[in-house]
Design a protein around this ligand. Structure first.
Ligand code: ARG
Length: 565
């Protein structure tokens, strides 16, 4: 969506300067203080070529430009040329658009005909989903929603870590020490086997060899090995699916690394044909020294393949299967080098689409509360964390609003939403510091706060009880804090675009916090429901628009917006 107000200003300026519309568009800013206007054009860049001071240029332009609707005034303030919009026209355009488009407000068509593949969550099987898997799942899911709303076709892939020597170890451990029938196994049992394997391997140096043998068997398709491995995978998926369901996370394809097992040979051949591979220490590698990177390992000396090999094969496969325009890997920062290597290899293989691959990295999740920190051997399980969040919210609801209907459902939406929001409101490359008191606070910059603001707006609308109309007297929405809220709502589509551009859902979460602050300011200084019918109608329309924007934004983040809390 283009900002039609900005567009008018760009056209006005393009007519009177030598700059192109594109150049002007990039320069236009929104002044931090609304008293300085609605949009501003800084004249610094013109100053060099025109050999004049920016202040002078600004005041000359102010004289030469004639305001045309919806621009009501053009004023030079220092080196800036500031534009003021006609408030009535502005709020009419904005509120009518939101009211017409409703749930679709902010959607765009810029992505039409284009495909984005997003690789997210992608945990290793036979291990519990721990909190660090949360970030990838949530950021990936939000990016999926963001891109889909912009018209892109999205393909969400869960690239399960279901291949590698560790499954040889697990098979050995199960065959030696497995007790129960595999049918009754849980991930916890599998974890115990892992631990046992590593303990015993310290005493018995041959165990590792045995495990490698079993993984080789697995790679060759040995029936017994495959049978056991499949079972390990099913056990894991059962737990994963429970958690994904709680989080409302969806994938279009759950395709693990094992899927590429039959393709890696061809991939390796292509790499060799291009003369990119060499043998070093009996292993097959791609030397990347020229690019200041350690070598990319393709095959170990025992002939088994590696994580990177499978990622290269997967990239080739996904290009042919989905013909993507962009492929996003949502994986922690600790894998930066891995993706740099993989992308470099794709480039060296002369794939023109290598540049379409992006690593969207993120920081860790840490616990402020000592009790929840990962003491040695104790990982915080994602499932436990989510259950605890819901339990804690349930208690709060029980205290504050015991007669609320659908308490269970609301507690789930708010409890899980709180965890989601805490994660997504942190800039992704920063570590998330998780602290229960902050995360669940209804008054901080939190999920419960945003959801609560939304529920409050819904409650005003319930009290009003009539249909919301867009044919109102727009001159009644002229007060400063009212217009500020309208302006804020207008930004939603552009925030969505920016979140996609920077792969940064936190832009959306922080925008929602701003909207809530403006809603609360508006709400605290104006009575929405009053004796004055026209004024009530006008303010109700604004309340409804704010409700709609918060709801749309929460949905993008993968959260629910309960109507009552
Ligand atoms: N399974 C890996 C891990 O847990 C993450 C995989 C990310 N995706 C990828 N295509 N490499 O570290």
């Amino acid at each position: 969506m283009i900002d039609q107000f900005k567009k008018t200003i760009v056209c006005l300026l393009a007519d009177k300067t030598y700059l192109t519309e594109d150049e002007i568009d990039k320069c236009i800013e929104i002044p931090p203080d609304p008293k300085m206007g609605d949009y501003a054009f800084p004249c610094f860049s013109l100053s060099k070529t025109l050999k004049n001071s920016p202040n002078k240029i600004a005041s000359e332009l102010a004289d030469r430009l004639k305001p045309t609707s919806p621009v009501s005034e053009i004023k030079a303030i220092g080196p800036y040329l500031n534009f003021f919009l006609d408030k009535t026209t502005f709020s009419e355009v904005v509120l009518k658009k939101i009211s017409n488009e409703g749930n679709l407000y902010g959607s765009d068509t810029i992505g039409e005909g284009k495909t984005v593949v997003i690789d997210y969550s992608s945990p290793n099987i036979a291990k519990h989903l721990a909190v660090h898997h949360l970030r990838s799942a949530l950021i990936g899911n939000a990016l999926y929603n963001i891109y889909r709303n912009l018209g892109y076709k999205c393909v969400g892939i869960n690239h399960l870590g279901d291949w590698g020597t560790q499954f040889g170890q697990l098979i050995v451990a199960y065959k030696k020490w497995g007790e129960k029938n595999l049918e009754d196994y849980t991930i916890t049992d599998l974890n115990k086997l892992y631990v046992r394997f590593h303990q015993e391997a310290e005493k018995d140096i041959y165990l590792e060899d045995e495990a490698r043998e079993w993984f080789k068997k697995l790679e060759r398709g040995d029936t017994e090995a495959i049978e056991l491995w499949k079972r390990f995978k099913d056990i894991s998926l059962l737990e994963f699916q429970r958690v994904y369901k709680m989080l409302g996370i969806h994938f279009d394809a759950v395709v693990g690394e094992s899927f590429y097992n039959t393709m890696v040979e061809d991939t390796v051949s292509r790499i060799r044909e291009k003369g990119l591979a060499c043998i070093s220490d009996q292993a097959l590698i791609i030397d990347l020294e020229r690019y200041n990177m350690p070598p990319c390992l393709l095959r170990k000396k025992d002939d088994t393949t590696l994580y990177a090999t499978r990622d290269i094969a997967a990239a080739e496969y996904r290009k042919s299967a989905y013909n993507f325009d962009k492929m996003i890997y949502v994986v922690g920062s600790e894998q930066k080098l891995h993706f740099k290597q993989v992308f470099k290899v794709l480039e060296l293989m002369e794939y023109d689409w290598a540049g379409q691959c992006v690593h969207v990295d993120f920081g860790l999740m840490k616990f402020k509360d000592g009790k929840m920190s990962t003491r040695k051997g104790v990982v915080i399980l994602l499932e436990d964390l989510l259950i605890e969040a819901v339990e804690r919210i349930k208690k709060i609801i029980e205290e504050k609003n015991p007669s609320l209907k659908d308490k269970e459902l609301v507690a789930r939406d708010v409890g899980i939403g709180a965890v989601v929001f805490a994660d997504l409101s942190t800039k992704r490359n920063k570590d998330v510091i998780f602290d229960w008191d902050t995360v669940l606070n209804f008054e901080g910059e939190t999920g419960p706060y945003v959801q609560y603001t939304h529920a409050r707006l819904c409650s005003i609308l319930r009290k009003y009880g009539k249909d919301v109309m867009a044919d109102i007297d727009y001159t009644l929405l002229n007060e400063d804090d009212t217009i500020n809220l309208v302006k804020n709502l207008w930004q939603y589509p552009f925030v969505l675009l920016k979140s996609a551009q920077y792969y940064e859902p936190s832009l959306m979460s922080n925008y929602l916090i701003d909207v809530c602050a403006n809603v609360n300011k508006f709400y605290n200084s104006h009575r929405v429901l009053s004796e004055n019918d026209d004024l009530t109608k006008a303010r109700i329309l604004l309340v409804d628009a704010a409700r709609q924007i918060i709801k749309n934004g929460l949905r993008i983040l993968g959260m629910h917006a309960p109507a009552e809390m």
